[in-house]
Design a binder for this molecule. Structure first.
Ligand code: ADP
Ligand code: ZN
Ligand code: ZN
Length: 670
């Protein structure tokens, strides 16, 4: 006896597609199938064409229905998901679930009947007949831009990775626009990935002006319906340029002919939970599948990309000067040692604020710590209020009159008595954005002080209002966290002050100094983009720290070169490859024991296994966190070891009673 079976990726933690019987219906790869799973019915994706096999007595359940006339997921996207599942060792069904908007993989409630629409029936067309946009008022390309564009064109229309390393304001966005314009003219589609679209509405506006409604956004700020419509518009070719955050890398684009990753160094391209993929690396593989060029752009490329460029795997294009003859800002350090400071502000910084705003400019004071103060200290005995669930301090939030743990979200009323000596001399210590805002408002009563951090802009529309105020050009002081470090183009901003540059210099994270260099360069890059020359002042207690000195003298590139040497010497990425297995549980011993078992599955495979050791923050939200670090100079060898070992881990005794995860190419070791 023969029967027809099909492999289906179902939304469940299985590493392989499951086999289902195919009744008398046509099934093609990429179609959505309604299938039983345990006691549920789920929407799965057919991964292959059905095949005839000899009946083997295994109880294989039948497909209940096929939901699509035409395959919803095209072949190249199936291939991309297969690659991602294999590379990140993540269940294929969960990868596909991440690739499809929730409403396209929903099983309608019983009674609602089965989905009536079939995707071939095009659920359009909610868009107003759109405008096509214009390149009429595009600026004449600068010589630098023209050179890069000609270089990219000369390499050809096939797969190649181009790293565009251009200082802030050098006109990289204009390069993407022009390169994509050519692609669209020739009938191709383009994918543009950007770190946080909601924070940089300007980028989307520029694409809209050039491409009209042929350019569409895809990000988490959209409603589910908007996401589905954008997804289908891309799938059906009505959208020619898709601009989106991380998950846009999985949107189908049948005519894909160019992939752009803007601010390619940004860590938000790495998903930090669940399916821990890097959208940048996935985008590169996608370009390979589509035989299309990939443009990575940044003023501060990550060390991995610089390493690949140096090895000749990427084409490197450098732009050292800003467009429109804008000069790079002058950068100075303010040595804070022994200086009197008020609320974290030194006299030279206050003087500069005075000068720049009196001359009609705007100033950005950068502090990457929200809240009022990062700790509440007992002046009598030195006790600091801890979070009950974490190895961390509670942050004082004065505006909402409470204490918040920034690691687990735990909230409590502001403590009135010391938990150790019972004294009442509790003082907030250190600087947060709320405190800085208050201090600046007192110091400059005639100027608006605009605080932009995630506490302030959680309300819809608030960020737009604040950005409008900045773009109005009136003198103002902006207090901002890293939300403001990237992408923004404020033409009246002439002064940038960095309140505290030191935290990263002592971090346990081996990437901390790289990140510091990126952040400082990006923040500094906000200054002097308009007609006013920019000035950047950095407050530090470590003016002689080699990393800071190097950055100041030779810029990010100089710092990056020295970091690459250090990483080579230490055997760290990009000179070696890492994977991190994390486990946490209410009992420290069970997390550690689980990881010890994981370590035994990796024996004899020429992969260095370090640990298990406690995570740098050992306890978070009441759970004990352990980790096992895997290192190998040879990526395929690490991949092969993981492919052999990872499927064994769910069977380890106790695995079900704790939380664990595998992170390939981890971005932080916390
Ligand atoms: P980046 O993406 O490298 O930060 P942008 O593309 O945003 O740079 O350009 C920085 C500024 O210079 C923007 O205000 C942009 O409008 C302007 N600009 C870019 N290219 C040109 C050009 N060819 N001619 C005139 N202005 C330009
Ligand atoms: Zn005390
Ligand atoms: Zn906490």
């Amino acid at each position: 006896m023969m029967e027809r079976r099909v492999r289906v990726a179902v939304p469940a933690p299985f590493h392989f597609p499951l086999d289902y019987l195919v009744p008398d219906i046509e099934v093609r790869p990429g179609q959505r199938l309604l299938v039983p799973l345990g006691r549920r019915r789920v929407v799965g994706i057919a991964m292959e064409a059905p095949r005839n096999v000899a009946t083997d007595g295994l109880n294989c359940r039948p497909v209940e229905d096929c939901l699509d006339r035409e395959p919803l997921v095209p072949d190249d996207l199936l291939a991309l998901c297969r690659w991602a599942a294999a590379y990140y060792h993540h269940p294929i069904g969960e990868v596909l679930a991440a690739a499809l908007p929730a409403s396209l993989r929903a099983v309608r409630r019983p009674g609602a009947g089965r989905p009536r629409r079939r995707s071939g029936d095009a659920e359009d067309d909610a868009m107003s007949p759109g405008s096509v946009g214009t390149s009429k008022d595009a600026p004449v390309a600068t010589a630098d831009q023209a050179q890069v564009l000609a270089g990219i064109e000369a390499v050809g229309t096939g797969f190649a990775v181009h790293l565009i390393e251009g200082v802030t304001g050098s006109g990289k966005t204009e390069i993407y626009l022009r390169a994509i314009d050519r692609i669209v003219e020739r009938g191709g589609q383009a994918l543009v990935l950007t770190p946080e679209i909601g924070l940089t509405p300007q980028l989307l506006e520029r694409f809209r002006r050039r491409f009209g409604t042929r350019a569409q956004a895809f990000h988490s700020g959209l409603t589910e319906r908007e996401r589905r419509l954008a997804w289908l518009a891309a799938r059906q070719g009505r959208c020619r340029v898709l601009i989106g955050t991380r998950s846009a890398v999985f949107v189908p684009l049948p005519e894909l002919a160019m992939v752009v990753v803007d601010e390619e160094h940004d860590i938000s391209f790495k998903q930090q939970d669940g399916f821990r993929y890097s959208a940048r690396d996935t985008a590169i593989f996608r370009g390979r599948l589509a035989r299309a060029p990939v443009l990575l752009g940044s003023a501060t490329p990550c060390l991995e990309s610089l390493h690949n460029a140096a090895a000749g795997r990427y084409h490197l294009w450098q732009i050292q000067a800003r467009a429109q003859d804008r000069r790079m800002p002058a950068i100075g350090l303010i040595d804070m040692r022994g200086r009197r400071v008020r609320d974290g502000l030194s006299a030279p910084l206050l003087d500069a604020l005075q000068q720049h705003t009196a001359a009609g400019g705007q100033a950005l004071m950068f502090l990457n710590r929200r809240g009022f103060a990062p700790a509440l200290l007992c002046h009598d005995c030195g006790w600091v209020l801890p979070c009950p669930g974490c190895d961390a301090r509670m942050t004082v939030h004065r505006l909402s009159a409470c204490m918040i743990c920034h690691h687990c979200g735990n909230q409590a009323p502001v403590a009135l008595r010391c938990g150790q000596c019972g004294g009442t001399g509790l003082t907030p210590v250190g600087q947060g954005t709320e405190r800085l805002e208050q201090a600046l408002a007192a110091e400059f009563p005639d100027l608006p002080v605009l605080r932009i951090d995630s506490d302030r802009v959680s309300r819809a529309g608030e960020l737009d209002r604040l950005l409008d105020e900045i773009h109005s050009g009136r003198p103002a002081i902006v207090v901002g966290t890293q939300m403001l470090a990237k992408g923004h183009d404020f033409s009246r901003l002439s002064l940038v002050g960095v309140i505290d540059a030191d935290a990263a210099l002592f971090s346990a994270d081996f990437r901390a100094v790289e990140r510091m260099g990126q952040l400082l360069t990006q923040v500094a890059g906000r200054a002097g983009r308009g007609e006013r020359p920019g000035e950047v002042l950095i407050q530090t207690h470590q003016p002689q720290h080699p990393a800071l000195v190097r950055w100041l003298r030779e810029g990010y590139r100089g710092l990056a070169e020295s970091l690459l040497d250090e990483r080579r010497a230490a055997g760290l990425p990009p000179s070696a490859h890492l994977a991190l297995v994390r486990a946490d549980s209410l009992r420290a011993a069970s997390a550690e024991a689980f990881l010890r078992e994981v370590a035994t599955t990796l024996e004899g495979q020429q992969v260095e296994v370090m640990g298990p050791i406690p995570a740098p923050m050992e306890r978070r939200a009441g759970r004990y966190r352990y980790q096992l670090l895997l290192r190998c100079p040879h990526r395929p060898r690490l991949q092969a070891a993981l492919a052999r070992a990872a499927p064994l881990w769910p069977q380890i005794e106790g695995a079900r009673r704790l939380r664990w995860s595998l992170d390939v190419d981890p971005q932080d070791l916390f």
